[in-house]
Design a protein around this ligand. Structure first.
Ligand code: BG6
Length: 483
């Protein structure tokens, strides 16, 4: 099955931080793949902007090497790479001064879609926004894209939102959470709201609990300075896991339309109850053969920052009253595994008696690796006397079901093209981000006030044992990576 391509008019994407890590790893390869997919019409341009002195040719060389490193097999197509590079330009500017801005302004073409990607730290957002206005670079067709971290807490997020609102209308601001661009995450909405099958059961009456795991094998080396100030709670839970929780728990929006979807997500975040300290587990990885400990990675022997967090939370609303949500995420765990499992309740009465065993339906949404959705169904164990039951998966692995030609776009491919199309559905609104911080802040302040020290856990394990206990105390077990 070949993906349907929605055509766009030609556009300009201007990347501040055009020589940075995010541009190299994600933005440039994503745009190149969309170019190969026929979604970058002839007059489009990608303009890299950074402080470094470079000309167009120098930038094209830089991009070529980024593509060969991060664009996979597509980068072997030298004809495509050359044609893509012809669309690239470079302007050197001083983000905090005046150098280069006029030249950038002179390149702008009225009425063409113009997206400014702020692939830089939030401390420069304000300088960039001011200069975009001062040099007349903002028009009706202008939009800006900003990346996480969007604030460090509620106050800083509010200040950032206020600052951006001084310069841009909310409809021009695209706050990226790349988890929303992942194909399976969007599929979650398709499965929930495109089928009659699940929605009638999608509530506390039929669902025992929901668990979300985002486990990574990588540590934090190379990002220690940022991570030490963030920790797993700010780096992953406040944004990525929160977004997954929203999509799982929200009411059906009236349309798949930006504000309808975001209104429903906001209601979920606002319905989140505060988390009890005994429902929280924090961990920090220790050294393994040839691998540093967390504290070595961040060069802080006394660090109290968590590289792992697990928690249990509840939503205060009719649909979910009484259904716990368990969230866990961590670095340097035994497998890369991101999945959401919806565990349904037992049947009200087992007609097959105790020897049939306990069987529950489970819906697993596997985000990575091997994206797919599996529904566990109980059937009769074949060939056995009596009636013994077993669980079998109704499996929809995307790679197998959709065939080898189905291109699953990288999250950034989808999100950048949505910016160009002017579709904000998969981007976070100002109030959503603030509500997520309003829930996260007291948790972090709580453990700071208690002087909490994260539990050490072995590198390449499933995290601290307390995370398993959090579940076992409730008679439940984690799915996915196990202890
Ligand atoms: C980023 C976090 O937002 O997401 C990283 O800052 C994390 O710490 C990454 O590794 C995970 O993204 P993905 O797409 O690899 O699951």
């Amino acid at each position: 099955m070949v993906a349907r391509i929605i055509p766009v008019d030609s556009f300009d994407l201007i990347v501040f931080g055009g020589t940075g890590d995010l541009a190299r790893r994600k933005i440039l390869p994503a745009l190149f793949k969309r170019f190969c997919g026929g979604q970058m019409p002839g007059e489009s341009r990608l303009i890299g902007v950074a402080r470094r002195e470079l000309d167009d040719l120098g930038y094209r060389d830089f991009v070529r090497s980024a593509l060969s490193e991060f664009a996979g097999e597509a980068a072997f197509d030298t004809v495509a790479v050359n044609a893509f590079c012809d669309m690239l330009h470079y302007v050197s500017v001083d983000a905090r001064g005046d150098r280069g801005w006029q030249a950038l302004g002179e390149m702008m073409i009225p009425d063409k879609v113009r997206a400014f990607y702020y692939s830089v730290g939030p401390s420069v957002f304000s300088d960039l926004s001011e200069r975009l206005h001062k040099y007349g670079l903002v028009d009706e067709q202008t939009r800006i894209v900003v990346e996480k971290p969007f604030g460090h807490d509620l106050d800083t997020a509010r200040a950032l939102n206020r600052e951006l609102a001084r310069h841009f209308d909310e409809t021009q601001i695209y706050r990226i959470d790349h988890y929303l661009g992942k194909e399976t995450v969007q599929n979650l909405m398709a499965v929930r709201f495109g089928n009659m099958l699940f929605e009638p059961l999608w509530n506390a009456q039929y669902i025992d609990h929901i668990q979300i795991t985002v486990a990574e094998t990588v540590g934090v080396s190379g990002r220690g300075e940022y991570y030490e100030k963030a920790g797993a709670m700010r780096d992953m839970v406040q944004n990525h896991l929160m977004q997954l929780l929203c999509l799982i728990a929200m009411e059906p929006p009236s349309f798949f339309e930006p504000n309808a979807v975001r209104d429903e997500k906001l209601k979920v975040i606002r319905a989140l109850d505060s988390v009890q300290p005994h429902h929280l587990v924090r961990g920090q990885y220790t050294a393994a053969d040839g691998f540093n400990s967390y504290r070595e990675d961040v060069d802080n022997p006394r660090s109290k920052t968590e590289s792992f967090v697990a928690l249990k939370c509840h939503l205060n609303n009719w649909r979910w009253a009484g259904t716990p949500f368990y969230l866990r995420t961590g670095k340097r765990l035994n497998e890369q595994d991101s999945e959401i499992t919806v565990v349904f309740k037992d049947t009200p009465h087992s007609i097959f008696g105790p020897e049939a065993g306990r069987h529950r339906n489970e819906l697993t949404i596997q985000l990575q690796p091997d994206e797919g959705i599996t529904l566990g169904v109980t059937i009769k164990e074949p060939g056995q006397g009596g009636m013994r039951l077993m669980d079998v998966p109704l499996d929809m692995s995307f790679a197998e079901t959709l065939g080898p030609d189905a291109h699953t776009p990288d999250a950034y491919e989808r999100l950048i093209m949505d910016v160009i199309r002017g579709n904000q559905t998969l981007f976070m609104r100002n109030d959503e981000v603030e509500a997520a911080w309003a829930w996260t802040d007291p948790i972090i302040r709580g453990w700071e006030a208690r002087g909490d020290v994260p539990k050490p856990y072995d590198s390449f394990s499933a995290g601290p044992d307390d995370a398993a206990l959090l579940m076992r105390r409730d008679g439940r077990e984690w799915r996915g990576i196990t202890h």
